[in-house]
Design a protein. Structure first.
Lengths: 134, 539
């Protein structure tokens, strides 16, 4: 039987957001859990993130966000749909106000992790929800 | 729960004379006002002058930020104002850049041109208070140029203006950044600093260990990096730009982050005063006492502000403010209770300023200078953090100094390891954070606080205004000024670009135009994101 390939996740900041602590820490958490991480770092625009998702054939895009460029997260979702990449989960983490969380989920972000979420719950969420393209 | 300092040094149950054996009062502490200034610079302490009680402003348009600045003055801001730049000006790119129009006015003030500065300062006095403009190295020369141009246009005596407009060149590795390469940032730092020093402009440069600490570094690391930055930057101004150290020493001020580890934070400030005094006197051979007295401003720690139970953050800010005050800093601005949610709401800002006033006026902390001196524990901690910091600083110097340590990746690795360690400590419960890993309540029962909203259309509005306004400018004059800047930028790295930057700014060239032209002359793309072409042809 073919060995199942490990789950692959992009971790990225978006737009001009350069607060990278969350992204760095979450990347370590995921790697320690055996998840493959493609860490894009800062100054990634929506099109760049989706391009990387296509090239790297990832299962999940994780956006680390510090403050108010949420419209760009929505752009990522739109671009994924356009590229028929709907199976890719988009999750976010960071200092995101409650009202924005509801709006992002409505738009198609599947989960938002607020500060100090446990490592276990992030890993568990990804492992149980990842959707594999056929 | 761990019983150790934030830099991993075990803490005993109590401390006594044996823990500070060899401590010599005159040599190591001395009365306030006497070298090595461990106990502070002023014998009168806060009886002579209270710390500047300020609140950082900056969100939305310049006109909106101006309104907030005026409101903060009414809310009890005393001694100075402080504005932080938005994400576009931080780079700098213009608000009407394809990326800029999504982020203009986010997290700060969109200071892309002299017009924005004029709107920011409308009706606000430039003198009689310190004017502090926090930004990045990429936008700092613009800010200095705004001050010079504004003073000239409005008939304000430039020598009467004081504050800070410049910034250190290392923010890019601490997760708070512009997008300029390090060599360009170092040049922009040296040019703007040299210009201010030679022209006796009392605008300081912010040297920020706060970014490093907020990214996760511990107190010993923050202190070491602070000293390494100061050593290298002052050294460059003295050796490469030929300035006198006693003039250079008036340039930097240090912005430190103060967390909740009360005694350690006080010790850190005391140790820092002593370390700088020694560096100034022993290495740089300072001739004036003032050169040995580094101005220290405090930003209480945003990192310690939790998303959960945000009212708890008022208590944290109070402890941190008290530590900053006991430490004897010159200015404080507080992280706000909503720091982990959004930019400060009006309520959060008021609470933040009230916190400072309560600490200043109700606790008695302003009565006595350096009240912790002589405490076995605090003197031990002061020595210990200094000792640990020297070890790390020496390692940085062995690599060739701060620039070399940044280029080698040493600083980035240090801070990233610290971030991970911090997370491990909280997750394992080794460090208790109330509301996060102790006394946790379900999210639906959490406190409701007002949240300052930012809408995407606000950024677009700022972008459109800039787009329309750009068309009304005297493009002939701008082209002329930028041609000069382009020519100057191709000269030797020591050739100071400030005079031509100031002329361009007076003609209302934008931040992206000014820095873009400098970039182009240095063989870089005009636009750091390679999305727009240079609108000027200099051939």
């Amino acid at each position: 039987m073919e060995k199942r390939k490990p789950i692959k996740v992009i971790v990225s900041m978006i737009g001009l957001d350069d607060h990278s602590v969350g992204g760095v820490v979450v990347s370590s958490i995921l790697r320690n859990a055996g998840i493959e991480v493609v860490y894009l770092g800062t100054y990634q625009m929506p099109a760049m993130i989706v391009q990387a998702a296509i090239q790297e054939d990832v299962d999940v895009i994780g956006i680390s966000s510090h403050a108010s460029n949420y419209a760009q997260i929505e752009e990522v979702i739109d671009l994924l749909r356009k590229n028929k990449m709907d199976h890719v989960l988009v999750i976010c983490g960071g200092t995101i106000p409650k009202k924005q969380i509801a709006m992002l989920k409505e738009k198609g972000v599947t989960e938002v992790f607020t500060p100090q979420t446990s490592s276990e719950s992030i890993v568990n969420y990804i492992v149980s929800n990842v959707r594999r393209a056929n | 729960m761990k019983r150790e300092t934030d830099y991993g040094n075990p803490i005993k149950m109590f401390y006594g004379p044996q823990d500070i054996e060899g401590l010599d009062y005159e040599r190591d502490l001395a009365d306030p006002g006497i070298y090595p200034y461990t106990r502070g610079y002023y014998p009168k302490g806060y009886r002579g002058r209270l710390w500047t009680q300020r609140m950082t402003a900056g969100l939305g348009s310049s006109i909106e930020t101006n309104k907030v600045l005026k409101k903060y003055r009414k809310m009890g801001e005393r001694g100075g104002m402080c504005v932080i730049c938005d994400r576009t000006f931080a780079m700098p790119i213009d608000a009407d850049h394809p990326i800029g129009r999504k982020e203009a006015g986010v997290l700060g003030w969109p200071g892309g041109s002299l017009l924005e500065f004029e709107e920011l300062m409308d009706g606000i006095p430039m003198t009689g208070q310190s004017v502090t403009l926090l930004s990045t190295c990429g936008s700092a020369p613009l800010q200095l140029a705004y001050i010079v141009a504004y003073a000239e246009k409005n008939g304000v005596d430039l020598s009467e203006i004081h504050g800070a407009a410049m910034s250190y060149p290392f923010a890019n590795c601490f997760g708070q950044s512009d997008c300029q390469p390090l060599d360009l940032n170092v040049k922009l730092f040296l040019d703007s600093s040299e210009y201010a020093i030679r022209n006796k402009i009392k605008m300081r440069s912010t040297i920020i260990s706060q970014h490093f600490r907020e990214a996760g570094a511990n107190n010993a690391q923050a202190l070491a990096v602070e000293m390494a930055m100061l050593n290298q930057l002052c050294g460059l101004l003295v050796n490469e730009r030929g300035l006198d150290f006693d003039d250079v020493a008036m340039l930097p001020y240090e912005l430190v982050s103060i967390g909740t580890r009360f005694f350690e934070e006080i010790a850190k400030i005391r140790a820092f005063r002593r370390m700088w005094a020694k560096l100034a006197k022993e290495k740089f051979k300072a001739k004036k006492d003032r050169s040995c007295q580094m101005v220290i401003a405090v930003h209480t720690s945003g990192r310690t502000m939790t998303y959960q139970q945000p009212l708890n953050n008022i208590v944290r800010a109070t402890i941190q403010t008290l530590a900053g005050a006991i430490g004897g800093c010159s200015a404080i601005d507080n992280a706000t209770m909503d720091n982990a949610h959004a930019e400060p709401s009006a309520l959060a800002a008021r609470m933040s300023l009230n916190t400072q006033h309560i600490v200043a006026d109700e606790t008695g902390v302003t009565d006595v200078v350096d009240p912790m001196a002589g405490s076995y524990f605090v003197e031990y901690l002061t020595n210990k953090v200094e000792e640990e910091a020297y070890k790390i600083w020496n390692r940085i110097e062995e690599m060739g100094g701060m620039i070399a340590a940044v280029e080698s990746g040493y600083i980035k690795d240090m801070v990233e390891e610290a971030m991970r360690e911090r997370h491990r400590e909280v997750e394992s419960g080794d460090r208790v954070i109330i509301g996060v890993n102790k006394l946790v309540i379900p999210p639906e029962e959490d406190f409701e606080i007002p949240i300052q909203e930012v809408k995407p259309e606000d950024s677009e509005k700022i972008a459109r205004r800039m787009e329309e306004w750009k068309k009304t400018r005297n493009m002939g004059l701008i082209k002329e000024c930028l041609s000069q800047l382009y020519e100057d930028s191709g000269k030797d790295d020591k050739y100071n670009l400030m005079p031509s930057i100031i002329e361009a700014v007076k003609a209302y060239a934008t931040a992206a135009e000014v820095v873009g032209v400098i970039r182009k002359a240095r063989g870089l793309s005009y636009d750091p994101f390679n999305m727009i072409e240079c609108p000027f042809n200099f051939d």
